[in-house]
Design a protein around this ligand. Sequence first.
Ligand code: GLU
Length: 282
Amino acid sequence: MPPEGRVTRFAPSPTGPLHLGHAYAAFVSRARAGAGRFLLRIEDIDQSRCRAQFEAQIYDDLRWLGLTWPEPVMRQSTRLSAYRAALERLATLGVLYPCGCTRADIRAALSAPQENAPPHGPDGLVYPGSCRGRSMAMARPYDAVRLNMRAALSRVGALSFLETGPLHAPTQTVDADWMADQVGDVVLSRRDMGTSYHLSVVVDDAAQGITEVTRGDDLFEASFIHVLLQALLELPRPSYHYHKLIRDQAGKRLAKRDDARAIAQFRKDGATPQDIRLMLGL
Ligand code: GLU
């Protein structure tokens, strides 16, 4: 990849103020773009949690940090038809089914006596498959849509991807048994959104021509799901670059509610962008 051909993105959700962890993620993404393009994407599919004031603050804080990006910015809330088209394509492959289970239903199905603790993977409790026998023709308006993981895996060959970050081996291979047992039938369309994090990210990374996905290590396992979706949808596969998470003094991962670590608060207290870089070890 010639350096000027690189495309990276920073993709925050406007559900709270940007904090030091976001600033680090944005700087890593900018640095990986090098002579190429650094894009900003607003991940606002969860309209119940996103706020216009947080989105405005994201733009303001990032500009203050010295970052620039091409306009217009992609906002996921305007992309629902693209996600619907991707879902329809997956449906024609026979790898989707509608699911009406609530969290309580799933917990109840998993609490049946069994030797081991219920499997818990990167997407939470592994879905026990209660609705797997249903077809998309049986979908009701309030159903979520799940990926039949075994059926999906059987449609694609061996999958691997390139990891360029410092934390993992450079070649990562998708382990089908781990995917089926530990990840399971993930939700691709939530009943209240018509899409999901996994589906939207995959569709948008392809639409924006992202060549290297940079993100915090908490999302490492999600890339295995994303690589599978790319294969099913015949989308190009970017490389991945996972970076460390910024933690507070107690070693706890920063969360959106940690307002004390919000960039806006540091600005109010008179910090400069250079101070922020130093705090991040950059
Ligand atoms: N929107 C996600 C977040 O705020 C990151 C998206 C991604 O890198 O896939 O954590």
